[in-house]
Design a protein around this ligand. Sequence first.
Ligand code: G3P
Length: 217
Amino acid sequence: MKFFLDTADIAEIRALAALGLVDGVTTNPSLIAKTGRKMAEVISEICEAVEGPVSAEVTATEHAAMLAEARALRKLAHNVVVKLPLTADGLRACRDLSEEGILVNVTLCFSPAQALLAAKAGAAYVSPFVGRLDDVGHDGMGLIADILAIYDNYDFATEVLVASVRHPMHVVQAAKLGADVATMPPAVLRALINHPLTDKGLAGFLADWAKTGQSIL
Ligand code: G3P
């Protein structure tokens, strides 16, 4: 499973990329706005900090304008993946851009039908939003299971990029289902690492070691 960070905070990205556990980054207009910086600067900086794919989302909603924005975003760095909303214009632009060799992440996916369309449009990634479905009483992980079953039936190349992740169990459940990618806020990646019994056990080892008076070096 690939781990992407869902943030535009370059300091957080650099800190966690240093762990060697970050395979890519996803952003969206809200995450860019949160930085208070120019989008082109932020995306370029992220693309330098992370070797893997970096999703940058268009804000146009009409086909021709989406294409223009997508091509401009793609020129920022070799590892830019263009993010398009799952709308009719977004799917049409996805088809065109995919045929040009530009990788597309189709975002704001909330149903198996939408995910099927994203694959047919040639998307490199589809981003089903599990947390937002859970937030309104729907089964976010059930959507992931449905999408993976459909994609397996037709051998689609589109990668399932589980998004809107709220906690470590979303990541674990997505991994059990076999999703290709989970994109998560920095806090969730940190929560995956931490366990109180690990901390307690390490403290116990070090306390016992200290009593020996030895040192390894
Ligand atoms: O960036 C796409 C998605 O992960 C955002 O989800 O629900 O945390 O805004 P959310």
